[in-house]
Design a protein around this ligand. Structure first.
Ligand SMILES: Cc1cc2nc3c(=O)[nH]c(=O)nc-3n(C[C@H](O)[C@H](O)[C@H](O)COP(=O)(O)O)c2cc1C
Length: 225
């Protein structure tokens, strides 16, 4: 793993999460959550999160069967990584197209994504099971960010993130024999991927679209007739 992931970070107090990153309370953000698995390897997953201010907390809702939920319960720590949409897609579907490298946070030694634009390590305060979800309340203990120029909004990337959300739900539905929901998600994902493909160009985003499309086809083949 890559130490603390370089030196070009601005280090801030975790209470600066709202101001430094321009977050709004109550907004649902998509991030990459990094945790350590039992064998000591870093694990990355795309997750939604909310940040609340009184008291300062990051709220996560990993599926109870997810590796992230298991790791959070076992290790009690992790990191929220603000990253470009390509990393969100990669972390959700493990496509092997966008490479991710990991370092270790300086405050509680949580794994961090080196390619992130901002990282906040956290400690788990409370984890409560709610149906198929684990509701996790975390205390941010560090904050650092890069002063990178803003990239323009890409509809292709945004559509691909939406496709990845749907594809990541297909297997959980199939595992509980909910074929109709799985089919609906695949059909929505297909439309999103095709729209994304039109706008993706031939570079890394184009490769990512192709890999997502392949995943879609392989999931379709697994649907029982
Ligand atoms: C934008 C986005 C947001 C997601 N948010 C969540 C979430 O909040 N909870 C969850 O369990 N899975 C979420 N997923 C799906 C997971 O990233 C995916 O299922 C992951 O492989 C499962 O986590 P694991 O690798 O920890 O097992 C999201 C996927 C995307 C693309």
């Amino acid at each position: 793993m890559g130490g603390t992931c370089g030196f070009d970070w601005v280090v801030a107090h975790p209470s600066g999460l709202f101001e430094a990153l321009g977050l709004e309370e109550g907004v649902h953000y998509e991030v990459v959550v990094t945790t350590f698995s039992e064998d000591g390897s870093p694990h990355a997953a795309a997750m939604g999160c909310r940040v609340v201010s009184q008291p300062l907390a990051v709220l996560l809702k990993p599926h109870i069967e997810s590796q992230t939920a298991r790791n959070l319960l076992k290790t009690g720590r992790g990191a929220v990584n603000v990253a470009a949409p390509e990393y969100i897609v990669e972390a959700a579907l493990d496509l092997g197209v966008v490479s991710m490298s990991f370092g270790v946070g300086e405050v509680v030694g949580a794994p961090i994504l080196c390619e992130a634009l901002a990282v906040s390590e956290f400690l788990v305060d409370e984890a409560v099971r709610d149906d198929v979800w684990l509701r996790v309340r975390c205390s941010p203990v560090s904050l650092r960010y890069r002063q990178a120029p803003a990239r323009p909004y890409s509809r292709s990337a945004a559509l691909l993130v939406e496709a990845a959300v749907r594809l990541s739900r297909v297997e959980p539905f199939l595992s509980i024999n909910r074929r109709e929901e799985a089919l609906r998600l695949l059909s929505e994902a297909r439309a999103l991927v095709e729209d994304s493909a039109r706008l993706a160009g031939g570079g890394r985003l184009g490769l990512l679209v192709s890999a997502v499309r392949e995943r879609l086809y392989s999931l379709e083949r697994r649907i029982p007739p």
